[in-house]
Structures are given as C-alpha cells and as structure tokens.
Design a protein around this ligand. Structure first.
Ligand SMILES: [Zn+2]
Length: 492
C-alpha cells in the first residue's frame, strides 16, 4: 500500500470493462490508478465525489483540434485522449514533436495521413503535418488527380515511414478526392493490413447522392476489409450517410457478419463542418446533398452564404476557411432518430470530429480563458460526449449509463489496443491503469454549446484527471495544466 496523491472519495464508480457499478473510493498515485475499494486510506488530496459518477475519461478517435482553446473545450467535455485519426498527419514524427513542444492538457496521437502524403506525391504540394496547411490546399485540383504508379509508390512509402514511427493507423480522407481510383484505396488498405493497423476513412460519395461515383462509398469500405483483411473504420457514419444511414449500416452489418473487421463512429449533430474548398461543396455539386448556399455558415464571419456568387468568392479567397453545413434537421424527430441509430448501432463509438477554433477577429490573447464570443467552432467540439451520454441515457430505448459510457471510453480504446498497447491502460478504470479519470454529475451532464454560441463548455463535468493531474477541478479549467502525453503504436 503505497502513497496516494489523490483519493476520490465515495463516488459511484462505473467501469464497463469490469462491470463494476458501485460506490467506491478511487486512489491515484502519480499517473496511475493505485486502488479502487471501500474505505481506502487518506490521500494527500481528498475529494468528496459522493453523488457523482466516476469513470474512465473519454477517448475521442476523431479530433482535428490542435489549438489550446479547442483542447480545453474537449477536456471540459470529459475527453482525456483526443486522437487525429481521420485526417492524420504526415510526417507523423513532426506532428508528435510539435504537440509535445506545445504542451497539451489531454493525451494526443496521430494516424498517418493519406491525403497529406498524396498532396506531396501527386500534387507537388508540401503541407507538412498541419491541418490548416492541408485545408488551405484542399481545393487544389492537382492533388486529387488519379495517380501514376510511381506516385502511388511514393505515397505508400511515406505512409510506411509514418507507421515505422508509431502512427496509430492510416487516415484516408477519400471523400475529398472523388476521382481517386478504387484500386489505390485497396492498395492503402493492403498496406494497413500488412502492418496490422486500422484505416480511418471519410467515405467516398454514396451512390444515392452521386450516381456516377466510381464505387459506392459504403461498399468500397467493406470491400476493402473483405479483400485485404484490413480493419476498416468508417468515420462519422452520420454525416456522410445522411438519411441513407440505414442502408449504410446494413452494408456494415453484412460485412461484419461475414467476418470482416469494420467499425463505425458517429456524433450526435445534424450538421457537419469542413473547409469551404472541399470538392463536394462546389456550387454545381451542392444539390447532391440537398444543399443550397445558405445551408453553409462561414465560420470566419459567421455569415450564412448568401448566393452561388458568394460561395465561389469564398472558395477562391479562403479555400481552407471552415463552414458549418446543415445536413440533417436536429428539430425534426425523424432526423434525430437517424442520428440515434448511427450512435446506437452495435459497436458504433462516439467520436466528435472536433474542429479547431476559428476567430472572427484576431484574438488579443489566444490563450485567454474563458473564450470570448469571437471564438467560433462547431458545437460538436465542445459538446459531443456530454450530448451523447445524455441522449443515450434518457428516454425510451436507451442504453443505460454503462452502455453509454462504454461507447465513449472502453470501445474506442479496444478498437486500437491490438496494435497500441498503451490503449489497454485507457478507457477503463483498474488499479495500475492510467489515471485518466472523469467525474460527472449524472443528472445534469449536458452539452451547452449550440450554433449561436458554439464554445460554451458542457455542464455537469465536475473533475477531469489526465495522467493523475487535474485539468478540470470543481467544473473549472485548470489553467496551465499540460499533463497530456503521446499515444503511439508499436512501430511497424
Ligand atoms: Zn470527415
């Protein structure tokens, strides 16, 4: 029985991994959980958590956040590990180095980036591992062209180098380059299969949306799993499937039943957010998704895009500028049910697609807290996990607390742990595991960010520990706390 730095006293400990759901004390020593039990000895810091739920911090497989403001919002939503797996980062070693130098409140990690590798190999563009630089070039047609064999070799070599450096998998923003050959995608999947790492795909267009697509986006993902044996993770089935989610999930179910490793994720919002220069936001393509210019809200000014002419102007002037895209109507019960089916699908994990904060005017101090109203993001950045827990535990047909929490912590950790041993210590609470701990009030946990005020932190999140250090204490951000550590795969 060693020294205990912190004892969380008398909370309802819910750990879906072990099935524990009981009143217990949780002792933390250093960066680890030291003990879970009744009547544990006093710690240096005693925290009364009676009436509160104590559980593992949330593991977000889909976060594009790289700025401190966004990371703070995620911590205040209960996230203790936020991974950039869909866009990824190439070269990945630079991304890890930059994050370490920056110092982060929560744990971080990156997949290799097919799109960034492709920008260099096919487009002659060198965005580096920066999301902003990638988005700024997203509208360039060169990088989206079908590739020559030598270019594919160069791209696969770059991805292999990232995997040798501990990248967590391969992120494939396929939907942003619709002319890419389906064979190239299979080659990327085969590379991932050989390295025994997952891929994380933003799907190509569905056939319902774009009848002339080279291959249906859902069929393409499951085909790759079946043909190559790779673990294919289907990013945000809610936003790329829209009202076709039942068909998409049936394709996934069929593949899973046949033994293919296909996993899914979703976030509980009706709108998406991406760069305005994305191929599928070209004026002539808006109709495919039932969009009109005013379906887009341009974050840097907060304006609803007023016309095709204005859309053209913004895409030309600021292709990497972020826009919120109205896809489903959160006020429509049928559309809300679509979102719930994406979330409750067996094995589907909660993942935020959190976005960096955009400033409508240059911030006097980007480190200022609380955030001023000039800081804009998609509300999913600040609220996904609280909103999901609330939705999944209230009303008819819901999953119960343990069922909801397992989609936020345990299942995302398990999804990675075969090739990322560090994840075996996350997503669950046990003596010896990482002290990434969330304490929340079950009756009040809720998102508070909305489209009008997108950076309001969630309610009900009382304490958040990352590697045994408070990043949120008594519902307040701990300014300056940077206990986040890198999560890396075994080098491949
Ligand atoms: Zn995406």
């Amino acid at each position: 029985m060693g020294h205990r730095d912190i004892v969380l006293r008398g909370g309802r400990v819910v750990d879906p991994a072990s099935g524990l759901d009981a009143i217990r004390d949780v002792a933390v020593a250093g960066a680890r959980v030291a003990d879970i039990g009744d009547g544990l000895p006093r710690g240096s810091v005693e925290v009364d958590v009676s009436g509160l739920v104590v559980t593992a911090g949330f593991v977000d497989l889909h976060s594009h956040v790289n700025d401190l403001a966004g990371l703070r919002l995620q911590a205040l939503d209960g996230v203790t590990t936020a991974l950039e797996l869909e866009a990824g980062a190439t070269p990945v070693s630079t991304a890890y180095r930059n994050a370490a130098a920056q110092g982060r409140p929560i744990n971080y990690g990156f997949a290799a980036s097919w799109a960034q590798a492709r920008m260099l190999a096919v487009g002659g563009i060198r965005p580096g591992p920066s999301l902003a630089a990638f988005l700024a070039s997203i509208a360039e047609p060169h990088w989206q062209r079908p590739a020559e064999p030598a270019q594919i070799t160069a791209m696969l070599d770059a991805l292999s180098a990232d995997l040798a450096d501990g990248a967590l998998g391969v992120g494939v923003l396929l939907g942003y380059a619709p002319a890419v050959s389906p064979d190239e995608y299979l080659m990327v999947a085969a590379l991932a299969a050989r390295a025994a790492v997952p891929t994380f795909t933003h799907a190509r267009d569905l056939i319902e949306l774009v009848p002339e697509t080279l291959i249906d986006g859902a069929e393409e993902i499951v085909r790759a799993a079946a043909q190559t044996g790779a673990h294919m993770h289907y990013c945000h089935v809610n936003s790329t499937s829209q009202r076709h989610v039942d068909r998409v999930l049936s394709v996934v179910s069929r593949a899973q039943a046949a033994g293919a490793r296909v996993t899914t994720e979703a976030y509980p919002y009706g709108s998406g957010m991406t760069a305005i220069g994305a191929a599928f936001l070209a004026p002539e393509r808006l109709g495919e998704r039932g969009l009109v210019p005013s379906s887009l809200t341009y974050a840097p000014t907060g304006e609803r895009v007023g016309s095709i002419a204005r859309l053209r102007e913004l895409r030309h002037a600021d292709p990497g500028g972020l826009v919120i895209i109205d896809l489903l109507d959160e006020d429509d019960p049928a559309d809300r049910a679509v979102l719930m089916r994406s979330l409750t699908f067996p094995g589907s994990v909660v993942a935020s697609d959190a976005m960096p904060v955009t400033w409508t005017e240059p911030p006097a101090d980007p480190l200022a807290w609380p955030l001023p109203r000039t800081a804009i993001t998609h509300p999913r950045t600040a609220g996904t996990f609280s909103r999901a827990v609330r939705a999944l535990t209230r009303g008819a047909g819901t999953l119960g607390l343990a069922g909801a929490l397992r989609k936020c912590s345990l299942e995302p950790a398990r999804l990675l742990e075969d090739h990322v041993p560090a994840m075996r210590n996350k997503g669950r609470l046990f003596p010896g595991g990482d002290a990434d701990v969330l304490v929340f009030e079950p009756s009040t946990i809720a998102d508070r960010a909305d489209y009008a005020d997108s950076t309001r932190p969630s309610a009900g999140i009382r304490h958040v520990l990352v590697n045994g250090s408070f990043v949120v204490r008594d519902s307040q951000l701990v300014i300056g706390a940077a206990p986040g550590r890198p999560v890396r795969a075994e080098p491949r």
